[in-house]
Design a protein around this ligand. Structure first.
Ligand SMILES: [Zn+2]
Length: 228
């Protein structure tokens, strides 16, 4: 093996192929980049209660209503959305990446691990590897009936709770099936929360949403030209 490498590595370096491969790898998107979900799939609806006062903290926690996730996680969601569209449905996201500073703020307001992950350990949302969402009708964009509203912490909100009207149960199962097919894991106590498998490889982060939004906007806008 070693002898083989000794033979072909210098050969590749000689042709410049290896260095161009390395450059391509760096220039290409990385799986752990933060990406705005709608830039990958504009059909996914974003509606973040934490960007409003209408949440369990009764205050605005996000400066912008923009949803970011690690690129490889957002790519999985794109696949889920495409699958659901074939059945006449779509996704509406309630939360994605959440800066750790917001986790501390939530904990200060509700220091109860039934509601909020302890910020010292962090939430999978702080890693950009978890998402809260529901199903919508693709045409009308109306939410379908689900067991509870968002952030209602009760037995009824448990992912495997089944004492529900048939239609609600079918909607919940449709969402769970679509998500697990593309590498998301169900959270037992919250039907709306899914973790991307492999989440441990993404560290806890505190990049501000406003900052990520600025970067995303810079990528969208064509470079300004100097007309002098
Ligand atoms: Zn969640």
């Amino acid at each position: 093996m070693r002898n083989k490498l000794q033979r072909w590595v210098p050969g590749l370096l000689g042709t410049g192929l290896l260095s161009s491969l390395v450059i391509t790898a760096y220039a290409a998107h990385r799986a752990d980049d933060f990406v705005e979900v709608t830039s990958l799939n504009p059909n996914i609806v974003i509606s973040l209660p934490y960007a409003t006062e209408d949440n369990f903290c009764d205050q605005v926690l996000y400066p912008v209503e923009r949803c970011f996730l690690r690129r490889s996680v957002a790519e999985r969601l794109d696949k889920v959305q495409k699958d659901l569209e074939k059945e006449g449905y779509g996704l509406k996201i309630w939360d994605g990446y959440r800066p750790r500073s917001v986790q501390y703020k939530m904990w200060a307001i509700k220091p109860n691990s039934n509601y909020v992950a302890n910020p010292r350990r962090g939430s999978r949302h702080n890693r950009g590897a978890a998402v809260d969402l529901t199903l919508i009708d693709f045409e009308t964009k109306q939410e379908v009936k689900m067991p509870t509203d968002y952030d209602v912490f009760s037995l009824r909100a448990h992912a495997y709770y089944s004492n529900l009207p048939k239609e609600v149960l079918a909607n919940k199962r449709r969402l769970q099936t679509a998500m697990t097919k593309h590498g998301f894991q169900i959270m037992k106590t919250e039907w709306w929360h899914f973790d991307a498998s492999g989440w441990t490889r993404f560290p806890l982060m505190n990049r501000r949403l406003g900052e990520l939004a600025k970067e995303a906007d810079a990528l969208k806008e064509p470079a300004e030209t100097d007309e002098r």
